[in-house]
Design a protein around this ligand. Structure first.
Ligand SMILES: Nc1ncnc2c1ncn2[C@@H]1O[C@H](COP(=O)(O)OP(=O)(O)OP(=O)(O)O)[C@@H](O)[C@H]1O
Ligand SMILES: O=C(O)C1=C[C@@H](O)[C@@H](O)[C@H](O)C1
Ligand SMILES: [Mg+2]
Length: 192
């Protein structure tokens, strides 16, 4: 039976759910890495609640992220992001997708790494750029040269994301395959 066998995959997910005990899983990485989409699938496989810090902030502020950036500024968005993450991490039974800049905060990074298993969903610039170009909802990329801005953010942030417990490549394969890769990588991390 191969790992692509649905029964085998389900068994691996159940094994991980048991091993995790009361620890949240937190997905970090650049915009477009797939934290939200892969996180939802992971939550379904592990039978956990899925939360997204971007969505939680939008709910709390009753505004979209571009509106928050416009009306309140990035610093206030970052403060809200840190508060939301600290609040939701009190629930151990979650899969949390974070906004692309959340893990850059030293305080948030330390909290996430102490309370949860952190996963960096790492993707190449070409893949990220193709994905984020589908929608115009990322205020940080509203620049004269979004590709250059994305590459600058990659250069600044990749050494920081590397502090996550586990790194998984978010390749151009179906999202379920990336979710299965996350399960295997976390199992390997926990068994080490
Ligand atoms: N493995 C994949 N294959 C193809 N498309 C993907 C894959 N993973 C994600 N995508 C697509 O890429 C886009 C960005 O994904 P997603 O919103 O999950 O990224 P994110 O990491 O949550 O970004 P952000 O930090 O901006 O919230 C979505 O349109 C999603 O459907
Ligand atoms: O990479 C970032 O800094 C961001 C990513 C998004 O998830 C949002 O949190 C917001 O657009 C900022
Ligand atoms: Mg997201």
């Amino acid at each position: 039976m191969s790992r692509s066998d649905p029964a085998k995959r389900q068994a691996r997910a159940e094994e991980l759910a048991a091993l995790l005990g009361g620890r949240p899983i937190v997905l970090v990485g650049m915009m477009g890495a797939g934290k939200t989409t892969v996180g939802r699938r992971l939550a379904a496989k592990l039978n956990r609640l899925f939360l997204d810090s971007d969505e939680e902030i939008e709910k709390a502020a009753q505004m979209s992220i571009p509106e928050i950036f416009e009306q309140r500024g990035e610093a206030e968005f970052r403060a809200g992001e840190a508060r939301v993450i600290a609040r939701v991490l009190k629930d151990p039974d979650i899969i949390l997708a974070t906004g692309g800049g959340a893990f850059v905060s030293e305080e948030t990074r330390a909290l996430v790494n102490a309370e949860a298993i952190s996963i960096w969903l790492k993707a190449e610039a070409d893949i990220l750029f193709e994905r984020v170009s589908r929608r115009s909802n990322r205020p940080l990329l509203k620049t004269a040269n979004p590709r250059q801005t994305l590459e600058k953010l990659i250069a600044e942030r990749y050494p920081i994301y590397a502090d996550a417990h586990v790194t998984v490549l978010s390749r151009d394969v179906p999202q379920d395959v990336v979710a299965a890769d996350v399960i295997e990588a976390v199992l390997a991390h926990l068994k080490n």
